[in-house]
Design a protein. Structure first.
Lengths: 320, 422
């Protein structure tokens, strides 16, 4: 929505200097460039105050050496890219990057796969399908502190229901949250559960836009359910899928809360991803280190940017 | 087509910036300010503390207000949780909107004092010589005191008397690690869980580990000494033997306490602040001091808050601020605070005497507090949080089996040295 306004505004401004518009401005006040600016101002102020300034401040924090004394006194020393070098050469960087990659990749793969399967399932309306669909939205409605704490209880090594189930079916219990081999898996499972409703809703609405006669034609041609899915549903859903995955990626990259509540990135940093690392540097210890924290945060923005550019590239190729 | 292209670019850029705004965690709201520094004495003075559980109308709120009344001003009190309070203080100091009085958890005091945002007690005209040295130490930076403890608490070992009886363990025989381990083994053999504690990856984890660390004779400046490794191994063995639950690795002190209240666990390491809750448990409880490795009481870390006065641009406000601080730190004031909070031991000899007259049964706690040790003492100051982070990380790594105790502590020592720049 905002983007269309932006475009509209820029178009008006582009036209302003041409003689034709100037003449119309003389006839009526509606063409005044000041009017255009006045209309644009709330949006521009909003963008600057809530997007440009925080981003600038984040970059500013990351290129200075803000220890807490400097933070209060405002006299931080300029250190250039030293914070970035420190972060990247840190022993934690490689594991954290790899964990981020696994966390985001596996989460999105399953969220999208399960979300798509459910969306296709719900496309055929049946009795109670509305109620069932609503139930699938529950993870979205619960406050994160509630769902994350509940997952942590369920995965408790000694008294969790998950291990009780494993024992009941004759398997060995797993130390979900306290074993370095399992903690990342545990938080990924919880995150997949959280992300399914989002994928379900967007993909389901995408399905509604595929005209029914295409399916009719397919069935007349004798296509089975499997063929219909791969030849019709999946290709026609591609634009919606792309934006779902991009948004999912951005959401998942910045996940802090669920991991912080369940494992705090531990034990032994085994479930530490970049965003959690950034949060921990800034707020997780008794000695806030804002500069490295914002350096990590800015690296995350760069990663999101790369994927965004890939998306834009794919989009434009598809259109040409 | 071009139009769509442009639009997606903008859409994407907006999304990317949104991540940045959330992940970059740069600025935050300034929080409750209202120091209103133009006010003449007789106005409103702001007070921040980390006790959100004491709401409007509570005994504590009334006590704070009474101190304001005595000084002839209104006190506007705001409560945050401990971590949020430190962050709010830093932000308000940066904005120049610090509160007049703040109560802050002791390990954070030297960090705040370092920023130059706290008025020293000398400047306010307070004599801190009568405060117990071990309790005051956390607030002293380079020989200058920046706050006064309003009370102190520490850790002890609570037990479930019914489980100990069933296992034939007499708590009074537990005086060192060997006798403790023997008791744990007996409880385990009798079919109960032997012990639980909080090994969480935050300051709480270090707080709980330090009595064993110091009790083994280890020093925070050398995390990989044989004594330190031995202390880590003690916890690792408890887990490996099945004496402590796996969940101890992620437990906070509250979670550990709840596990204990469930009535299935023999011992729990927890704070003196749980005395009331222990008395109300559905089974008979008792407590002993934490044993050092070779006998005697282990030095447990001191807990508790300091009262401090952040720097104000309007120095005329300090007079009233001093009166408010004074009201909190007289012997009567200490005892009143101790009574308002459950079992908060006064930090001066006078205060402790007056307190013991009212509660003679609590002499064990007073002794424990006298033997306790500040986390930032030994001149660690602002290095302590950096060392502590490495300590809890290493303890977690060893307990979860990611590394051996020795390797974990070697890595912690390297990281701590790098972080503190020694």
């Amino acid at each position: 929505m905002t983007t269309t306004e932006l475009d509209a505004v820029s178009t008006t401004e582009d036209q302003a200097p041409t003689p034709r518009t100037r003449r119309s401005w003389q006839r009526t006040i509606h063409g005044s460039p000041w009017t255009a600016i006045a209309f644009a101002a709330p949006l521009v102020i909003y963008l600057v105050a809530f997007y440009a300034y925080p981003l600038m401040r984040s970059v500013d924090l990351s290129v200075h050496d803000y220890n807490i004394r400097a933070f209060v006194q405002g006299d931080a020393e300029f250190v250039g890219l030293a914070n970035y070098v420190d972060v990247i050469t840190s022993d934690l960087f490689q594991p954290a990057l790899w964990n981020t990659f696994l966390f985001v990749g596996v989460s999105i793969l399953f969220q999208y796969g399960i979300g798509l399967a459910l969306a296709v399932f719900f496309r055929n309306n049946f009795r109670l399908s509305g109620v069932l669909r609503a139930l699938f939205l529950v993870p979205w409605l619960l406050p994160l502190i509630v769902s994350a704490s509940t997952w942590a209880w369920m995965m408790n090594s000694d008294s969790g229901i998950v291990n009780a189930f494993l024992l009941a079916v004759g398997m060995d219990p797993i130390n979900w949250l306290t074993s370095p081999d399992w903690s990342l898996t545990a938080v990924i499972i919880a995150n997949i559960w959280l992300g399914i409703p989002f994928n379900l809703v967007i993909l389901y609405s995408g399905l509604q836009n595929i005209p029914g006669d295409v399916y009719e034609a397919a069935s007349l041609d004798g296509a089975g359910a499997w063929k219909t899915f791969w030849r019709i549903t999946f290709p026609l859903l591609r634009p919606v899928s792309a934006i779902t995955i991009l948004l999912g990626l951005v959401y998942t990259l910045k996940v802090v809360d669920i991991i912080w509540i369940m494992t705090k990135g531990g034990p032994a940093n085994s479930s530490l991803i970049l965003s959690v690392w950034s949060y921990r540097e800034a707020f997780g210890t008794g000695q806030p280190a804002f500069s490295p924290a914002s350096a990590i945060g800015n690296l995350l923005i760069l990663i999101a940017l790369v994927f965004g550019l890939i998306y834009v590239r794919l989009q434009s190729r598809e259109e040409h | 087509m071009n139009f769509t292209h442009k639009r997606t670019t903008v859409a994407f850029a907006t999304a990317a910036i949104a991540v940045g705004a959330l992940a970059g965690c740069s600025t935050s709201d300034g929080g409750e300010n209202a120091s209103g520094s133009a006010d003449a004495p007789g106005g409103t003075y702001t007070w921040w503390d980390p006790y959100p559980q004491h709401t409007e109308g509570s005994d504590w709120q009334n006590r704070v207000q009474a101190c304001g009344d005595e000084a002839g001003v209104t006190i506007e009190r705001t409560a945050y949780d401990t971590t949020a309070l430190t962050n709010q203080l830093l932000l308000s100091a940066q904005e120049g909107t610090s509160p007049d009085v703040v109560l802050l958890d002791n390990p954070a005091v030297s960090t705040l004092a370092e920023t130059g945002a706290i008025t020293s007690m000398d400047e306010l005209g307070f004599d801190t010589s009568n405060i117990d040295e071990n309790l005051l130490a956390a607030g002293v930076v380079d020989g200058t005191a920046y706050g006064i403890p309003i009370g102190a608490n520490t850790l002890a070992l609570y037990y479930n008397a019914e489980i100990l009886d069933a296992a034939g363990v007499d708590p009074s025989t537990i005086t060192d690690w060997d006798s403790l381990n023997a008791a744990l083994e007996a409880i385990d053999a009798a079919g109960s869980r032997a012990i639980t504690f909080a090994g969480i990856g935050t300051e709480e984890g270090s707080f709980q580990f330090l009595p064993w660390f110091w009790g083994a004779g280890a020093d925070l400046t050398e995390l990989n000494s044989p004594e330190a490794v031995e202390a880590v191994q003690l916890w690792v063995d408890w887990l490996d033997n099945g004496w402590a639950p796996q969940s101890a690795i992620q437990n906070s002190q509250n979670t550990a306490w709840e596990e204990f209240l469930d009535g299935q666990t023999g011992f729990v390491e927890n704070g003196t602040w749980q005395v009331n809750s222990a008395a109300e448990a559905g089974f008979e409880t008792g407590y002993i001091t934490l044993p050092a490795k070779d006998g005697g009481a282990a030095p447990a870390p001191t807990g508790g808050e300091f009262v401090m006065a952040p720097v104000q641009s309007d120095t005329a406000r300090y007079d009233v601020t001093s009166q408010i601080v004074e009201c909190m730190t007289t012997p009567e004031g200490f005892v009143e605070t101790a009574n308002t909070f459950a079992y908060y031991i006064p930090p001066t000899a006078d205060g402790q005497e007056a307190f013991l007259e009212e509660h003679p049964e609590l002499s064990v706690w007073v002794d424990a507090v006298r033997a306790a040790k500040g986390r930032t003492s030994d001149n660690l100051g602002t290095d302590y949080p950096l060392i502590s982070e490495q300590l809890w990380t290493a303890v977690q790594a060893a307990m979860s089996g990611a590394m051996s105790a020795q390797d974990a502590m070697d890595a912690a020592q390297d990281a701590a040295v790098a972080a503190t720049g020694e």
